[in-house]
Each structure stands twice: as structure tokens, then as C-alpha cells.
Write a protein that binds this ligand. Structure first.
Ligand code: NYM
Length: 211
């Protein structure tokens, strides 16, 4: 008899810099584990890999790289983890992902000299998220958050362009959430969406992303 194990869900948190994604993804994993639902957190860029280390040097302005080349590195950083993502999901683990392909596209295409469609290309075929939650916060609030301005891209003009680019992804499994809510209220609201999604996709196949 073949075992029909239920798969985990692929959940992505997106948003401009300092919108609270990292805090919320950790809190979501903790809340899911408290409910005895297997869940793990992944972050992109994953700065721990060799490719991630080059990305880190680029973001911290230690090195410069041509825009298209760094875009492909961000994408390659996701493809590095693709087998692991599939393995975990198939094993029934829900993954809470702090940034994914959407970040790749909205940040690079905010540079303007680079076409949106071109940016989407390398992302196609990666595992398709079951739910993307866009944490929306006014840029005027973001710039007041601690640490803002340390890395490349952290300036008002660029973040405004990024914020606008996210509008292009408002599709069925892409929802916008008010990130200005109290931290624990926000976690509760996100958790509700995540639990619903885990239940609705558990018997479905994990699709391939098409942007
Ligand atoms: N970023 C992130 C990109 O430009 N492309 C990508 O594919 C990803 C995943 O890296 N400003 C940018 C967005 C952020 C920066 O992200 C670092 P974080 O979440 O602050 O570590």
C-alpha cells in the first residue's frame, strides 16, 4: 500500500525593508510549533551559502556588481535551496519563507534600467508559494525603524519604487496585510491565514512558479 502523506505548505512573507517580516516569520514558526504543526523558517537571501556570501558583500557595499549579475545571484541562491524546499514540503513540514522571488523581481526592477519581464525569467519553475502575505507599511514609518539606511537599497526613493512594484503581484494567493498593527495581533491574523492554507493544500500537488 502506498503512503499518501500530507504535504506542508509553502508560505511567503514579503514587504519593503524593515516591514517586520523577519520578526513575524519567527513568531509564526513558534506559533505553529506550539500547535504541533511542523514548521521551519527560511530566509532569502540565505547569506550562509557561498553565493549568499557574495550577496552579503554586495548588500553591505563591500563590492559592486553589475545589476543583472547580482539579480541572477539572488535567483541562484533560491535555486540552491530548491531541492531542500521540495524535500521539506513533501515531508509534511510547512515552510515560512522570509522573502522569495517577488523580492527578487521588485528590487531589481526598481533599478529601472532592467525590464520587469526579464527579472521574472530566472524565477520560473521554482516551487510556487501557496500563500504570499505582503506586509504593507507606509514608507514614512519604515524609515523610522532601527537600522534603516545601513544597507544598499535602504533609501526612501528606492523603497517607494519597490512598494509600487509589489502592486504588480496582487493575484489570488497574494494578500496584503496591514503591518502597522500591534505585533501580537499581526501574528494572530497571519497565523489564521497560514493554518487555513495548510489545511486547504495538504492534499494538493506543489506547483511550479510562473511569474
Ligand atoms: N533582495 C532580497 C533583493 O534585492 N533580491 C532578492 O531576491 C532578495 C531575496 O536584499 N533590501 C534585497 C531586499 C533587501 C536585501 O534582505 C536584504 P533582508 O530581508 O533585509 O535580509
Amino acid at each position: 500500500m502506498t503512503k499518501t502523506a500530507m504535504r506542508g505548505a509553502l508560505i511567503v512573507l514579503e514587504g519593503c525593508d524593515r516591514s517586520g517580516k523577519t520578526t513575524q516569520s519567527s513568531k509564526l514558526v513558534e506559533a505553529l510549533n506550539n500547535l504541533k504543526i511542523p514548521a521551519k523558517k527560511i530566509s532569502f537571501p540565505d547569506r550562509s551559502t557561498p553565493i549568499g556570501s557574495i550577496i552579503n558583500d554586495y548588500l553591505s557595499k563591500k563590492i559592486d556588481l553589475p545589476d543583472k549579475s547580482v539579480h541572477l545571484l539572488f535567483s541562484a541562491n533560491r535555486w540552491e535551496l530548491e531541492p531542500e524546499i521540495r524535500k521539506q514540503i513533501e515531508a509534511g513540514v510547512t515552510l515560512i519563507v522570509d522573502r522569495y522571488s517577488y523580492s527578487g523581481v521588485v528590487f531589481t526592477s526598481a533599478k529601472q534600467s532592467i525590464d520587469f519581464e526579464w527579472c521574472c525569467g530566472p524565477e520560473n519553475g521554482l516551487p510556487k508559494p501557496d500563500l504570499v502575505m505582503f506586509l504593507k507599511l507606509p514608507i514614512s514609518d519604515i524609515i523610522k525603524r532601527s537600522g534603516f539606511g545601513d544597507e544598499r537599497y535602504e533609501n526612501i526613493e528606492f523603497q517607494n519604487k519597490v512598494d509600487k512594484n509589489y502592486e504588480k503581484f496582487k493575484t489570488d494567493n497574494f494578500i496584503e496585510v496591514d503591518a502597522a498593527q500591534d505585533i501580537s495581533v499581526l501574528t494572530k491574523n497571519l497565523l489564521e491565514q497560514v493554518v487555513k492554507t495548510i489545511d486547504s493544500v495538504k492534499n494538493q500537488k506543489l506547483d511550479k512558479l510562473v511569474l
